[in-house]
Design a protein. Sequence first.
Length: 316
Amino acid sequence: MVKQTFDHFPEQLWVTTVQVATVWTNPESAREMDTPGTTNPTNIDKWIANLTHETRLALCDENRVQTQLLYGEAVIITETKGEWAHVVIPTQASKKDKRGYPGWVPLNQLKEVPQTDWRRTKSAAIVDDKAWLETEDGEQVLKLSYMTILPAESEYENRVKVVTPHGLRFLPKSTVHIFNSIEGLEKQSGKAIAKAGENYLGLDYFWGGMSSFGYDCSGFSYNMSKACGYQIPRDAGEQAEDGIVVPYDQLLPGDLIFFAYEEGKGSLHHVGIYYGDGKMLHSPSTGKGIEIIELKGTIYEKELCAARRYWQGAGE
């Protein structure tokens, strides 16, 4: 269950202060062309638009990017080196570090805040593709991603006042879902997971992507599960190890299906969301957009190696 609790954090939290903070393999991983993604504020639209197919591929092939953080997401800083911070991300489970997913983030994209500021009875999750964070006067200051979650201070007829790294700001009420912070986002059905993913058909794949500006395959399955109340591991390999094992002839919408090289016998390399009727919803690879495809007759049919269900807590 996706909860907004901070019991395992120090009294002072470090939180993300940009729309999307990319988590790099090391401080040398970011290139000059990546500047719109490493500054504060970021311009993720510009960064992605300016990357060529080759420079996008290099984010993966040259092991530059690990994952991403959304605005307001909390991290634990384990080390600083010049203008960079090594962090672990408790909301993104990983075998790489039992405390959370590790990597390097520009220090200027993080801010220390009192944990008490982040403890609110209610939280606001953005459920639109994007939503503008606004000042009290209605000025749009930051375009935020789907599934950005911020503490909710108070609700009004058309807006919600939220706690942010920049102080109290507002989100249009129509763009968010308010939930109890301790109980977490409500668990929904497998069909709801697949339905959530439909909204991103055509969105370009982005290696390490964890936002509605661009997802990679496991970032897509992670965030659609998150939207429906399920906290799952960040990476495909670990997603395939948890959850409930599902026989291939018992697949239901919302189940995660996994693929490995050498006709399913080699290393695991991909995850998709089972859509029903022999179809898969997935974020394929660099240069392609999120799509729904028939598995039969494709390389994926031959490479299918595992299926897992995370939504067992909700009925259909």
